[in-house]
Design a protein around this ligand. Sequence first.
Ligand code: 13P
Length: 342
Amino acid sequence: MSDMKQQMAQTAAAMVAQGKGILAIDESTPTIKKRFDTIEIESTEESRRSYRELLITASGSEEFISGMILFDETLRQQTRDGVPFPEIMVDRGIMPGIKVDKGAKDLAGHPGEKVTEGLDGLRDRLSEYRDLGARFAKWRAVITIGDHIPSNACIEANAHALARYAALCQEAGIVPMVEPEVLMDADNDIDVCYWATEKTLRSVFNALNNQGVALEYTILKTNMVVSGKKCSIQACVQEVADKTVRCLLNTVPAALAGIVFLSGGQSATLATAHLNDMNRRYNNLPWPLSFSYGRALQEPCLKTWSGKAENYDAAQAALLHREKCNSLACLGQYTDDLEKAA
Ligand code: 13P
């Protein structure tokens, strides 16, 4: 095996090592502004830096977190003491990752659907990101459920872009995290989510195969199969776990290095409970199942912080608590009691 392939194999395995997952802190500038609006903090370069420093430096995270996904701006920022963020992460054994897509844009001719852009110039950007310390990357595609959608056109355009992105990553020695997200915002029931997720994953793995992407050095980041947020009947934890695992078994080749879930708007505790139930009852799957949550890890921390220096330590403790709970969920060892003790 070439050195580069060996390094990618090690990175991919480390990302989903037993009891470890990924902290997603790669919100784009408009998205982090939305999050800051909820705590009435102005989004400036310095407020973003300061919040990301809080997340990156929480001591003890390295026990539960294998990597963090950063936004371009954050990869280039430093702690208040002048240490570049990627350096402080590597020193603690946490791998820096980078969001490389340029966002989901309206798909021409398909009202209500999006296609993710960012392939132009990606080869050069990946080479710079590698020099800055990134070992894995992320590209997020968005699939919307609604009247007569998702369309084949939307699923295929996104799958094709994901596969081209993944091939470019591997050429640069960077592990691609391939993220097709079927949104959970509509009023559909869980079976519609199953259908859309299965169709999307089939198309994504077909495209990855067409572009010659090596699954051994690829991580899938996907949604769980859940009821739409506005659906009056919400599937229980066991049903979500069963349908998610069944959907993955039907679509994801065994050679894949690992699967991590996004939280997608689930509450922090439900996202943990779902992951735990999968790992508790299915312990013979071909791939590790772990987490790569943004909101479900950050929300309690963000609220506790509220932009106030005096809340800094409590906010880091809130983050660490969620990291620990999700680490236990990877092992199927999480219980509700842990929330009461917190
Ligand atoms: P959420 O867990 O908040 O859905 O974010 C994960 C992510 O990285 C979305 O791209």
